[in-house]
Design a protein around this ligand. Structure first.
Ligand code: 13P
Length: 251
């Protein structure tokens, strides 16, 4: 009953031309994918042109971040409404790289998630523990703090526009994927936490994606886990063929 999501986070890669070329290559490869939502997240400058390129296709567009105000004297920021205007349906919020390098906190993630929802965007809210936290058995407490803080004050209705991405930081860009079982145990923990914090039907409906070195050869095992509802893909989303292969995990 939960529609899987395969999302490609292109991070700081690709010019406008390269971005348009990639989605043009991707479109026919995913055109017949049934029962999966395919999302790509190019850099800000490419959004509008990629939006034009994917018009009429089954590919959806995400930004990689947003601000929490709609307008004002906030030099350098991009508002959720402007992302909508550029053709986005989704926005990634609280990616570990933003938490690590740009001072993102659960509080700012929470403000951004609320602003994104208010603008009609789906927010892909990222959480994940560091290697040192996993090794000191703090994974569950770290995830609990991040989920509580990032999703504070949301209503059950807001969850129609929330997707959660669990990305263990030690698995991002390292080639070290969490094992299927390691990922599943965190995913079910998150779902049970959402049931406690909100309600069971919200928990049953919310999509929880796994991210961290997802590749064509490990996606099936991950997706076979009962609480893994999709993938947030970095490196393997930068080329059409591996990304399309990941998006075809169910064929
Ligand atoms: P990799 O797939 O390159 O590990 O990146 C994962 C990620 O950070 C997606 O947001």
């Amino acid at each position: 009953m939960r529609m899987p999501v395969i999302a490609g986070n292109w991070k700081l890669f690709k010019t406008i031309g390269e971005s348009v070329a990639l989605v043009n290559e991707l479109k026919p490869l995913v055109a017949n994918n049934k029962g999966v939502e395919v999302v790509v997240a190019p850099v800000f400058t490419a959004l509008s042109r990629v939006s034009d390129a994917i018009a009429g296709s089954n590919i959806k567009l995400a930004a990689q971040d947003c601000f929490w105000e709609e307008e004002g004297a906030f030099t350098g920021e991009v508002a959720p409404g402007l992302l909508k205007d550029a053709g986005c349906s989704h926005v990634i919020i609280g990616h570990s790289e933003r938490r690590q390098y740009f001072g993102e906190t659960d509080l700012t993630v929470n403000k951004k998630a609320k602003a994104a929802i208010a603008a009609g965007l789906s927010a892909i809210v990222c959480v994940g523990e560091l290697l040192a936290e996993r090794e000191s058995n703090q994974t569950f407490s770290v995830i609990e703090t991040q989920i509580k803080g990032s999703l504070a004050g949301l209503t059950a209705d807001d969850f129609a526009k929330i997707v959660i991405a669990y990305e263990p930081v030690w698995a991002i860009g390292t080639g070290k994927t969490a094992s299927d079982a390691q990922a599943q145990e965190v995913h079910i923990f998150i779902r049970q936490l959402i049931a406690r914090l909100f309600n069971q039907s919200v928990a049953d409906a919310v999509r929880i994606l796994y991210g961290g070195s997802v590749k064509p050869d490990n996606v099936k095992g991950l997706m076979a886990q009962p609480d893994i509802d999709g993938a947030l893909v970095g490196g393997a989303s930068l080329k059409a063929e591996p990304f399309a292969a990941i998006a075809a995990f169910n064929v």
